[in-house]
Each structure stands twice: as C-alpha cells, then as structure tokens.
Design a protein around this ligand. Structure first.
Ligand SMILES: [Zn+2]
Length: 297
C-alpha cells in the first residue's frame, strides 16, 4: 500500500491520468511490449513505454526520462536478444533500482521466452551486425507473442500474487484473440508474392505465414547498403512481383529507387503498434502488415 502510493506520486508525470495507485509499475521498451503489458496487467498495472514506434530500438540512447521511469519500476519488459543492448543496460544501471537488474524477477525479455530465428549465423559483429545472437524481432510473430504473453502473465503473478488469476486469464484471452485471427491471416497471405525488407525485422511474420523474403536492402543487419547492392537486387528481381517495406526511421532513398526500378510499391510501415496500443491494437498492427503483404503486385 505504502509502496504503491509512493510509486504513484513519483511516477505522476509519466502516468498522467491514473486515478489510483497501480499494483505494478511496468516499463516497456517498445510499444509491442507495452501492448502486452497493458493487456495482461489491465487495471493492476501502469505501463510506461520508452520508445515510440518511429524510433529505432537498435540505435537509441539512454535518456534522463528513461532513467526516471526505471527508478521506481517493478518490472521492465524488454524485447531482448541484444536489441536494446546499446542503451537499456546503461539506463538500468543509472536508475539504481536493484529489482530490475537482469536476472531479477523485475527484468523480463520476450526473446528469452521463445525460439529465435537466425541463431548461430556467422555474426559480422566487426562489420556492425546488430543481430549477433539471433534475430531479436519476435514481436512481429503473433504466435510467439501469445507465448510471451503467457510467460509475462506468470512473471506478473510472481511479482503481484494477489493478481495472479487476473494476469493468467488476461494472457489466455490474448492468446484466444490471436488464435481467432490466424485463419483469416493465413488465407489472406496464401500465395502472397513476397517482400523486400530494408532490415530483417519482419522475418518472424514472413516465417509464420510462409511469405517469401525476396531480398533485403541491407546485406548485413544495421549496415547501410551500397548503390551497387541496390542495383544488383533490382536486376536479380526484374519481372517478379512483390512489395518493399521499410521502417519509419530508415531512409526512403534506397527503397524508392528500388521501387522505381522494379515497378513495385515501397511502403513505410512501423514494426510496432501506436504507443498507447493494448493487445487489440497490437493485433490490428499485424493486420496492417498482412494487408500490405497480401496486396503486393
Ligand atoms: Zn534488427
């Protein structure tokens, strides 16, 4: 009770609109993680999201506002697999909150709950590869997200036993809502011609639904392409159908040049839902991607 009250006052700036002290103060790195935390925590959790979907999680820097948010957090929900390695460990260390240190119950990584793709590839770390321990972008697979939701529900139950049944029930509801949309998604993506991604960030979605990845604008994750690489990609895919998708923080130059060369559409599409999204907002975000991939020409 006392702890909850203090958390509410200190967190007042970030949790504007809260009418009562929540049982769990949750800080999520991305809006996908925030959506899960909101859906599972419901009225028992207040959720702060550190990065809006127009920011590149690989490239953020620790900021005072993040450190303030982390100072009173009961639980950090990160994507993990080194996606936030450049800034989250620094921000957590600066926050001086031992409950959210890695290895503690207050630190949770989505990527640690599921099988990862692209594990054990030769990592070009020296060249600037930002996926040295496997592909971290698990938030783009709704099925993996349902598994993460279940694990997150258990973690919240551990931290707040009085809410255990609520958290578990909410995680089950999210899994059911996901399951309900799967058949329609599968049907819409059957026969989709494929996609060129800028970065290997939607790989989990493509893998889940069998949509071909026709190429990537970056050859090595995190390393900008050369004009020669774009030209080679364009020549290689002449006469084929597809769509080019790139994140809001990527330069439009290479995608647009490639789109012109191939006669395809280049779409700028976020990897995470709007910052205030809940579980339904996350599923709508996947819907938007399905829409884009299924309309490729
Ligand atoms: Zn990445």
């Amino acid at each position: 009770m006392v702890k909850g009250l203090v958390g509410f006052i200190l967190g007042g700036l970030l949790t504007f609109g809260a009418t009562q002290a929540a049982e769990l103060d949750v800080v999520a790195t991305s809006s996908s993680m925030g959506a899960l935390a909101r859906t599972i925590g419901a009225e028992r959790a207040q959720v702060t999201v550190l990065a809006s979907p127009d920011r590149d999680l690989h490239m953020l820097q620790a900021k005072p506002t993040m450190i303030r948010a982390l100072r009173d957090a009961d639980l950090v929900v990160a994507v993990g697999a080194e996606l936030e390695v450049g800034w989250l460990p620094v921000a957590i260390a600066s926050a001086g909150n031992p409950r959210i240190l890695p290895g503690q119950p207050g630190y949770f990584e989505a990527a640690a709950q599921v099988d990862l793709l692209e594990v054990g590839l030769p990592a070009n770390r020296a060249l600037g590869d930002v996926h040295p321990v496997g592909n971290p972008h698990v938030n783009m697979d709704p099925v993996r997200m349902a598994i993460v939701a279940s694990a997150l529900g258990e973690r919240m139950a551990l931290l707040d036993p009085a809410g255990a049944e609520t958290y578990r029930a909410n995680a089950r509801s999210f899994a059911a809502a996901t399951e309900q949309r799967m058949n329609a998604w599968q049907a819409r993506l059957a026969g989709a011609p494929g996609v060129i991604l800028y970065h290997r960030d939607a790989l989990y979605l493509l893998d889940r639904f069998g949509v071909p990845l026709l190429g990537t604008i970056e050859e090595i994750p995190g390393v900008p392409p050369t004009a020669q690489q774009i030209k080679a990609l364009s020549e290689h895919l002449q006469g084929r159908s597809g769509v080019i998708v790139y994140a809001p923080y990527m330069s439009a130059q290479a995608p647009e040049r490639l789109a012109k060369g191939l006669g395809w559409e280049a779409r700028r599409l976020a990897l995470d839902p709007p910052i205030g999204a809940d579980g339904g907002g996350y599923l709508d975000h996947i819907d938007l991607w399905v829409d884009t991939l299924s309309h490729a020409r």
